[in-house]
Structure formats: C-alpha cells, structure tokens
Design a protein around this ligand. Structure first.
Ligand code: ADP
Ligand code: MG
Length: 699
C-alpha cells in the first residue's frame, strides 16, 4: 500500500491542516494508511431494531424506530433540559437533552420518523435516553449504520476539535470511497490460498465497515494472522541467518573434568529432566553451530547444576566460560555454591562484580586474557569492554528477565566467533510470549523438581491475624527452621516503603527478642548486605527481613516460611518467585500472603491463584490473562520490543501457532527468502523493520 502510505492525511476530504495536526499528535496518524490501521476497539450491533416494549434499563444500547410525539422544556438554570416523548406504537420513552438545547430544538421535528440509537437508563420509572443519536428515516435512504457500528479510540483533545469516533468513521469511509483499489496485497497468494484468508483490501474495509459478525471475524483473523506471521517470519529468518553465517565452537568431547565431577563430586542423582536438557545442549554444542538456548525451569528445579555441568564440558574442550547473574547477592551465591561443588577439581574460578576491588579486578582481567581463568562468575560487570577473554566458548545468563536483549548481544562479541549462549529463566514465560520474544531461541524445559520436595503450602491472611502468624513463626523457629519476611519496595513510593521495612524490622525484633534478626535491602553497602546474608545462610540469624532483593535465586534450604507483607502490591510472577525461596529442603514449607482487608477483584483473584497452585506455568498464563502481556512483570525489559496493533498474545494462541507454522513452511523451502516468489515477503519485512526500529533487535 505504498501509495496510501505516502499520502498525507491532511489531504483526505474532511481533514485539513488543523485536524491533521491533531491526528498526528494524538494518534500518530500521518498518512491514509495510518488511518486505515487505526482499528475500532469495539462494535455495536445496529442491525436489530427493538420495540419499546422489549426495552429495559440494563441493555447497553438500543435502536428503535418511531416518532417524537411531544417536546417540552423542563426546569430552569442548571437543571434546564429538553425532554421529548418518543413512541413506536408499542410504548414510549423519554429523550433528554441537557446541552445544545437551542440547536436541537431547531433540528428535531415532531412527527418525523426517526431511527433512534442510544443507551437506556431508568429514571422515575420511565426509560430515558440521554443525548440520543437520531437519524431521519426516509423511504429509499440507506441508514448510516446498517450492520455493526465501529467505535474508535479518541482523546479529549480530539473531541473538542470535532474529531469523534463518528468523524473517524466518516474519514475511513472517504478513504474507501476513493482509494480502495490502491490497497495492494501484502501476503503471497500461496499463503492466502492455503490459510483461506481474506484479501487485504477487503479485510481493511470490513474491519471498519463490517456488514455482519461473521465477516468481521474473517477480517480480524486475516489482520491478526498477518501481524503475527511477519513477526514469526522475521525471527525465524534471523535465526536462519545466524545458523548459516555463524560457526559455533565444537565441543566434541567430554573430558576428565566433567567425569571427575560426575563421579566424585555430584552430591545427588540428576533428575530425568536435568539429564534430558543436558543432552539437548550437548547436541547443540557439538553441532558446529552456535547454541542459543533458553532453559526454563521452575524455581528450585536445579538449573544451576545443569549450567555448571555444561560449563565443565566447555572447559574440557579448552574454552573459558562465564556465568552472569542479575544481582550481587545471587552472583556471590553462585560463586560459593560452584566453588564448593568443584572442590578437589582443578578449575580456576573468580567472582567479578561492581564491588570487586581494583587489585583483584586487575588480577582477574589478566588471568582472563592469558587463559588461566576457566570460570568467571559475576554481574553486569562482566559485559564491560575491559573484560576480555582469551577464548570464551560459553556464556550462561541466569534469570534472563533481568537482562535486556542488547546486553545479551554484547556478550557475543567477547570472542571472534561468538560463544554458545544459554539463557536460564525461572519466570516461566507463557508459550505465546516465548514464541514471540524468544522465538529465535531453542527451548529446553526442566519440568520436574528434585525428588523429596514437598509443595509449599500457601495461605492468604489479613493483617488483623498477625498475632497468629507470629505464633506460627515461633513454632517454626523452635523446630529449627528459618523465616523470610519480605516487604515491597517500589520506586515511586520508596520512602514510605522504606519506612515500612524498617518499622517491620523493629517490630520483629521486639516480638522475637531472643532471636537474631537480619535485614537486607538494596541501599546497603555490599559488604553489609553480604554479612547479613551470610548470617542468615549460616543459620546464625533465624529471621531475615528484606525487600525483594532476595527474590531471585537465593538458596537457603533450611528456610521454611516466606511471609510476604502487603502481598497485594506484588504481581503474580513476583509472588511466585518469592515463594520459590522456600520449599528447598526436605521439610514442609509455608508461604503466608499478608494483605489488608479491602482488595480489588483482581487482587483477590491473584491471592486465590497463589493459594491454589504451585505450578509456575499455570501462574504465568494466569498472570498474562489478568494483566495482558504488555504489563507482564519480569518481561518488561526484555519483553515485546514493539506494540501489537490487533493481535493479543493472551488470546490469540491458536492464530500465533498457525502463523508460526506458515512462516516455518516458507522458510524450510527458502531459508533466507531469496526466491523471487518470496520477494513480497522481504519487501514487507523491510518496511516493518523501518516502522518498528526495534525489530532487528529481537534476536
Ligand atoms: P533453580 O532452578 O531455581 O536455579 P537451583 O539450581 O538453585 O534451582 O537448585 C535448587 C536446589 O536443588 C539446590 O539446593 C540444588 O543443590 C538442589 N538440586 C539440584 N538438582 C538436584 C537433584 N537432581 N537432586 C536433588 N537436589 C538437587
Ligand atoms: Mg537459580
């Protein structure tokens, strides 16, 4: 539709410079094409004419044919209004105007047949319609709306300048009136044929002017399909490009280090799921192509061990490897766990974070460059340019959602040919979102927890039952367990939250005077934070009061209770992450969600889901349904780099799968879209890449 795309909206009949300016500012509409892609957000069925007898005040909209049989002015001053009695022979309704009385009094003709449309309300036992739409009914005249009436998003500013939903509708009609033939097809004929899709010009017409629900559905389907199809085509083609252009390091052997670890140091049997995913990764890394894999596994499923084992394979093949974590706490914990697990094995490991001392840093840099360092564990500090490896073969990124896509890409550049990349996440990503955001990654799933784990029992408790909770905490401490108490700390209300946290800490110290209580939050100096974490990890302190800094990855198996204060302020996936800090040992663990009494329906739903299930995938799906993918916590940063115009990842799962299959079919025949019949696809991808600057970044 290159033609419509270059036509300035200002020159559409009915627009002009002033309205063009507003359309640009309020809706980013600058061309005819933009206008056609401003889709209605809802439709109202105008095909049905009701008789007044059938109408009740609960109906969202009504449409009636009849006449005004009386018109009178009522009240005065601010209460002044015009009231008309409208009859269709089966009954009467009152029409009410508060504004523009003078204008309407001239326009409205009693006795004239009208089609009336509006929202009914009940007032003084009669049905009222305030400010109705009235259209003269004339023999032979086609009513303005016959089928479904579209409603368009508008803003206050637009309305003040006479750009209402109805005006937009008229403008759209103007485009179709003059330019429908200028809308060229954007999908290849073969796809249209195979998927039985509506043509683009028809789909655009019917999304705005649907004669009936069935046609609307077909039009919507076509447009959703196309939107998702091009996203998938883009991702999958980028992946092909990578596979064809980039050679991966070949890790062909399993050597002494891996074997020594497996035989001597592995403290437990691997779960079947762990074995399976390690096999999947070994296959990737031996293939001669670069591995790009996402490892999903619920909290506590044992991802770290999997990462460690493939890191050992890299070392056996004479490569260096690094593990990047999102927080210092987590990085140092990984460092400790891994150092301990590798005891007696000849591997050099270092930890590098923002608070590593200069002298240590220099030493680490040198050992990376001369190749004596095998494993580097750290935070974002790893991606700085000063960190240079002699021969980096594998990068593991833990808890991916904290890292942006761009950061992931920077790690690639740490070796002449890019290292294998394993991304690990415990925030289960709904399948549709994964297919879209990580569509270029292969996915492995650990769908099994190590044996002997008891599912965490979750309860929802109101603040006024706090004494009961304290008693329970005491019992658990008596039984030798440890307790987390987590407070929200949200940036916007930081000082308030901080106060809650410190008051909570003081309160807990008072209630449990004989216990050592620790506190951790993001503002503390790393050394203080470490010391507090150490006290808790070693069991010296029994209660840890903290903010969500402990959300990700922290592992203290003896902790059996997670109390979440103001749980209503957390999203589902965050609650699930927090809950994952307990239930790591053999003992029964508990999660207590503390909230106020007054809760919104959505919050109640969240609490209900949390108490009902421990299944991270179910929770992620529910979260997406409740909040929509755009807001999905944890995916914001690496989430969708573009906006979807019509498709909805929470609802259009089936269409997404179809779109992906269709894209895959095309690419399996023509992996880089070089055949002439696919030129249309490349052209369209280029155009979309220009519109959506971030597209190229998806991979
Ligand atoms: P996550 O997947 O959340 O990162 P971790 O890797 O931290 O989980 O593992 C959680 C706990 O389970 C750790 O204490 C780890 O040592 C233990 N673990 C991992 N794999 C197994 C296994 N196969 N059998 C028993 N315990 C295991
Ligand atoms: Mg982990």
């Amino acid at each position: 539709m290159s033609d419509l795309a270059t036509r300035n909206i200002m020159y559409l009949p009915g627009v002009g410079p002033k309205k063009a300016e507003i359309l640009k500012k309020e809706l980013q509409i600058t061309s005819f094409e933009d206008l056609l892609y401003h889709f209605p957000y809802k439709y109202v069925d105008r095909s049905r004419i009701y008789s007044i007898r059938e109408i009740n005040g609960e109906m969202p909209y009504i449409q009636v044919k009849g006449k005004i049989i009386a018109l009178r002015l009522v009240g005065d001053g601010r209460g002044k209004r015009m009231v008309g009695t409208f009859s269709d022979g089966t009954g009467t309704l009152d029409l009410v105007w508060f504004k523009g009385i003078k204008y309407f009094k001239e326009q409205i003709k009693p006795g004239q047949p009208y089609i009336l449309f509006g929202k009914p309300t009940v007032f003084n036992n009669t049905i009222n319609v305030v400010h109705p739409e009235l259209e003269k009914e004339q023999p032979g005249k086609v009513p303005f709306f016959q089928g479904l009436q579209p409603f368009y998003n508008t803003t206050e500013k637009m309305k003040n300048n006479y750009l209402t939903s109805r005006t937009i509708f008229k403008l759209v009609q103007n485009v179709f009136h003059n330019y429908q033939s200028a809308i060229p097809e954007t999908l290849p004929a073969s796809v249209i044929h195979k998927m039985k899709l509506m043509k683009l010009d028809e789909a655009l017409r019917y999304i705005h002017l649907p004669p009936d629900a069935q046609t609307l559905q077909k039009a919507t389907f076509r447009l959703k399909f196309e939107e998702l199809f091009y996203i998938q085509l883009n991702i999958l083609r980028l992946r092909n490009q990578r596979t064809y252009n980039i050679k991966g390091h070949v890790f062909e052997k399993i050597g002494t280090i891996f074997n020594q670890f497996y035989k001597q140091n592995l403290p437990f049997e691997l779960t079947d799921a762990q074995k399976r995913v390690i096999k999947e990764m070994r296959k990737d890394m031996g293939s001669g192509q670069q591995m790009n894999r996402l490892l999903q596994g619920d909290v506590g499923s044992g991802k770290t061990l999997v990462a460690l084992m493939i890191m050992l394979i890299a070392i056996d093949n004479k490569f260096q490897t690094c593990l990047m974590a999102p927080t210092e706490i987590l990085a140092s914990q990984h460092f400790e766990t891994i150092t301990e697990m590798l005891q007696g094995i000849n591997v050099n490991i270092e930890l590098l974070t923002g608070s590593t001392r200069k002298s240590d840093r220099d030493r680490i840099h040198a050992s990376l460059r001369d190749g004596t360092l095998d494993i580097l564990i750290g935070t974002h500090a790893l991606i700085e340019d000063t960190v240079q490896f002699k021969n980096l073969g594998l990068v593991v990124i833990d808890e991916q959602h904290r890292f942006g896509v761009a950061q992931r890409a920077r790690l690639w550049k740490k070796n002449i040919s890019p290292p294998h990349v394993l991304v690990m996440t415990a925030t289960p990503i709904p399948r549709t979102l994964a297919m879209t955001t990580y569509g270029d990654l292969d996915v492995s799933v650990i769908d099994e927890l190590p044996p002997g784990r008891k599912p965490v029992q979750t309860t929802h408790v109101y603040h006024n039952k706090r004494l009961g909770v304290n008693k329970f905490i005491q019992e658990q401490i008596n039984a030798g367990r440890q307790i987390y108490i987590v407070y929200p700390l949200i940036e916007e209300s930081e000082s308030m939250d901080f106060k809650n946290l410190t008051e909570g800490y003081e309160y807990i110290k008072e209630v449990f005077p004989n216990q050592k209580v620790s506190m951790v939050h993001g503002k503390m100096k790393p050394a203080e934070k470490d010391a507090a974490m150490q006290d808790f990890a070693s069991g010296k302190s029994k209660i840890l009061v903290s903010t969500t800094v402990i959300e990700v990855g922290v592992n203290v198996p003896n902790a059996s209770v997670m109390v979440i204060e103001s749980a209503e302020r957390f999203g589902l996936s965050q609650l699930h992450q927090l809950r994952g800090r307990v239930g790591r040992g053999a003992e029964q663990s508990y999660c207590i969600l503390m909230t106020g009494y007054k809760l919104s329906n959505e919050t109640r739903k969240r609490m209900e889901i949390m108490t009902r299930t421990n299944d991270g995938f179910e929770i992620a799906e529910a979260d997406m349904k409740l909040r929509g993918p755009g807001d999905l916590e944890g995916t914001q940063q690496s989430g969708l780099p573009f906006e979807l115009k019509i498709a909805n990842l929470a609802k259009d799962t089936r269409i997404l799968q179809m779109a992906r299959n269709a894209a895959q079919d095309i690419l399996s025949d023509d992996p880089l879209l070089e055949k002439s019949e696919n030129a249309i696809l490349l052209r369209q991808l280029k155009k979309l890449a220009q519109q959506k600057m971030n597209w190229a970044m998806i991979s």
